[in-house]
Design a protein around this ligand. Structure first.
Ligand SMILES: Nc1ncnc2c1ncn2[C@@H]1O[C@H](COP(=O)(O)OP(=O)(O)OP(=O)(O)O)[C@@H](O)[C@H]1O
Ligand SMILES: O=C(O)C1=C[C@@H](O)[C@@H](O)[C@H](O)C1
Ligand SMILES: [Mg+2]
Length: 303
């Protein structure tokens, strides 16, 4: 349905209103009712005309983002609440959001860990898991150092990308090309679920993009001892290039900028790992010494 036929009112014409705008209007009305505000009072507080507000409430007219922000602010609600974000859809959700709003990162982290334990997405056992997951961007050294670490610990080494390819019966790039990114993420989730179920002790090399799926990453954080293998952008690029593989920066004239942006966008997620080892500070064998000591100490094994 085209969105330029929205200035209609009532009766059969109401059928032409876009369902999203109708629901948006209903949420504005119900939030206003919850706040005990008349339309007139809200219009005044939001500095919009009553006519405009009525259009919004009846889903007639494609409201501008700025006007929506004004209305949300006057209702002391978030724009997400008016837009119908899942985290605003019940009284419990709203109360939980309120509890977490304005908390610092450290408190939010404690809340996430407590929730994961309560909801069963974290391992029941307290302390460090013997399933060690290495995370980081492409070329961080997850496969190379992961195999070395597994050999040293006497644990199986699990390359999650290979597990994904086994489930799918084709390569990672074929999964992405043939079935799309969402299907790939489902395979990735399944590979993590199976690995943590099958192996009480293992070293997992994870795909670099895993952190972009919050549910899969929560699962990993809840069940594994996690290490972020960090590197400078130049090293990520140099190592990936040396392997003759330019994904995910292929076909980009500004490959380095892309890589830096990906790293910047993901760093806050990679940083949720319990430990981090900087692989750019020393050559491979010395990095392994640092990683080995970090993991052995975490697992309570002799260094
Ligand atoms: N200090 C170092 N730490 C880790 N790897 C290093 C270091 N110096 C050089 N390398 C080299 O960098 C490469 C890292 O590639 P590797 O395939 O292990 O990364 P990866 O994180 O598994 O990447 P991908 O996400 O593409 O699977 C290896 O060839 C390794 O020998
Ligand atoms: O860093 C990335 O975005 C990716 C890395 C690969 O391991 C795969 O996860 C996928 O090809 C995407
Ligand atoms: Mg690898």
């Amino acid at each position: 349905m085209s969105s330029n036929i929205l200035h209609v009112s009532g009766g059969a014409a109401a059928d032409q209103r876009h369902p999203f705008l109708v629901q948006l209007g209903e949420r504005v009305r119900s939030t206003r009712a919850r706040r005990g505000m008349t339309r007139k009072a809200l219009a005044l507080a939001a500095d919009v005309s009553e006519r405009h507000l009525a259009n919004l409430e009846y889903g007639e007219g494609n409201v501008s983002i700025l006007l929506l922000m004004q209305v949300a602010s006057a209702l002391q609600a978030s724009a997400a609440e008016l837009l119908g974000d899942v985290t605003t859809q019940s009284s419990e959700w709203l109360l939980i959001r309120e509890l977490l709003t304005n908390q610092d990162e450290a408190t939010l982290r404690r809340a996430r860990i407590a929730l994961a334990e309560m909801l069963g997405t974290a391992s029941k056992q307290r302390g460090q898991s013997c399933c060690v997951a290495l995370i980081g961007l492409r070329g961080a050294g997850k496969s190379t150092l992961g195999q070395m670490l597994a050999d040293d610990l006497g644990y199986p080494f699990v390359e999650l990308s290979r597990e994904i390819e086994k489930f799918a019966g084709c390569s990672v790039s074929e999964i992405q090309a043939l079935y799309g990114q969402n299907a790939y993420r489902r395979y990735e989730r399944r590979a993590v679920e199976e690995a943590i179920q099958i192996y009480p002790e293992a070293v997992l090399a994870t795909p670099g993009g895993l952190v972009s799926d919050a549910a899969t990453f929560n699962l990993l954080l809840g069940h594994c001892t996690t290490v972020w293998l960090q590197a400078d952008p130049e090293d990520h690029m140099g190592r990936v290039r040396a392997q003759g593989d330019l994904r995910p920066m292929a076909a980009s004239a500004e490959a380095m900028d892309d890589l830096k942006n990906i790293l910047k966008g993901r760093s806050a997620f990679y940083a949720k790992a319990q430990y981090r080892v900087n692989t750019s500070e020393q050559p491979l064998d010395e990095t392994f010494v640092v990683l080995r000591a970090t993991v052995r100490e975490a697992l309570g094994l002799p260094v």
